[in-house]
Design a protein around this ligand. Structure first.
Ligand code: CAA
Length: 382
């Protein structure tokens, strides 16, 4: 198990993220939530100070950080605004298939120019006809000579309306199920790429989510990641990596809710004393503190496991599933502690509950996480 003492580098990365979150993200969070504005100036600055493309090795222009460091940063950013954090983190999700499945030539050609300036990328797996059953996707890739033609539609894609690059999962034959899925890198400028508008969302409204259509998009064989049929494994291995930071993001939301609720409970008086002195409120705060601490520990455990070379399928699903369910419980209780004020838009906690909801759904719903957990768990007994 890991040491719980952070190294000097880890502490300074966490401090950098905390400062950025407080000075650049938090002051804009309520306004972006209200209006749905996409604060590009924040994302440009995040890139400028090295808080984007965290998982891309330094040799290809990224920050080259391990998952423990990525989680420390993600939690701090999400304490201020998880919507903005989702936009920033979506590059990690979209670039991981290239890191895992790309050839040396592809990494050298694609990653440094992308990471060298502010660019956004999208991971295009989910489709309107189904998201959880990734093996059943319908976007077609038909090969002719040295190129493929892509046709299909993706939905609920983070960054889609703003992305410069898409990693796209398509099938060479739907009858083959997961064995036909193949991954491609597609620039936004490719003819036939049609990015849809921003969706109106319940929470995480500073992030941008939309559809992307591929209409006879020609992709050179040189931009296929791995071999035909490697795409499903690339997608699953990518999600093993990126579900852990979703655990950190959910922990950040829950920590923010606990911070606001504790502060409020100490200041708000009822029946002649601060409500923090009433046992009913203390029990709530104690349960919330347990959820936050357990979420953080599971997330760190998953990050450490993967950083030490293991697949981490079980650990990343445990972290993502527990922390996101915990974030819902904690944000719900924070609203309860605030009482009527908690239900009002003027106060910060109702946003946190709306934001937390998405963490139970994206990067694999928590029902999918439980399938993964049960399979991995039972494997040990078979
Ligand atoms: N690593 C490597 N290989 C894996 C793997 C993993 N973690 N998980 C499965 N595989 C392999 C299996 O070993 C198997 O290989 P063989 O054929 O060689 O035996 C193959 O993949 C098929 O595996 P399964 O039989 O387990 O596949 P399944 O069809 O039952 O599905 C699933 C498994 C886990 C449910 C999968 O479909 C899944 O994860 N679904 C959820 C998809 C998801 O998370 N979508 C979110 C997209 S990202 C997003 O939210 C958008 C955004 O922008 C934020």
């Amino acid at each position: 198990m890991p040491e719980f003492t952070l190294t000097e580098e880890q502490t300074s990365l966490r401090d950098l993220a905390r400062k950025f979150a407080r000075t650049e993200m938090l002051p804009r969070a309520a306004e972006c939530d209200r209006t749905g504005r996409f604060p590009e100036e924040v994302y440009r600055k995040a890139h400028e100070i090295g808080l984007m493309n965290l998982n891309v090795p330094t040799a290809y222009g990224g920050a080259g950080l391990g998952l423990v460091e990525q989680c420390l940063i993600t939690e701090e950013l999400a304490r201020a605004c998880s919507g903005m954090t989702t936009t920033i983190s979506a590059n990690n999700l979209a670039l991981e298939p290239i890191v895992l499945g790309g050839s040396e030539e592809q990494k050298q050609r694609i990653l440094p120019p992308f990471c060298g300036r502010y660019n956004l990328a999208s991971f295009c797996l989910t489709e309107p006809s189904g998201g959880s059953d990734a093996g059943a996707l319908r976007t077609r890739a038909r090969r002719s000579g040295d190129e493929y033609t892509l046709n299909g539609e993706k939905c609920f894609i983070t960054n889609a309306p703003h992305a410069d690059l898409y990693t796209v999962f398509a099938t060479i034959d739907p009858e083959l199920r997961h064995k036909g899925i193949t991954a491609f890198v597609v620039p936004r400028t490719a003819v036939g790429v049609v990015a849809g508008k921003d969706e109106e969302k319940m929470g995480q409204r500073a992030s941008s989510t939309g559809t992307v259509r591929f209409e006879d998009v020609r992709v050179p064989v040189a931009d296929r990641l791995g071999q035909e049929g490697d795409g499903f494994s690339i997608a699953m291995r990518t999600l093993d990596q990126t579900r852990t930071p979703i655990g950190a993001l959910a922990t950040g939301i829950a920590q923010a809710a606990l911070d606001y609720a504790s502060d409020y409970a100490l200041k708000r008086h009822a029946f002649g004393k601060a409500i923090a002195e009433h046992q009913a409120i203390q029990i709530k705060l104690a349960n919330m503190a347990q959820d936050v601490a357990a979420s953080r520990l599971l997330t760190w455990q998953a990050a450490w496991t993967i950083d030490h070379g293991q697949r981490g399928t079980l650990e990343s699903s445990l972290a993502k599933c527990f922390a996101s369910d915990a974030a819902m419980r904690v944000t719900d209780e924070a609203i309860q502690i605030f009482g009527g004020y908690g239900y009002m838009r003027e106060y910060p906690v109702e946003k946190l509950l709306r934001d937390a909801k998405l963490t139970q759904i994206y990067e694999g719903s928590n029902e999918i996480q439980r399938i993964v957990i049960a399979r991995e768990h039972l494997r040990a007994y078979a």
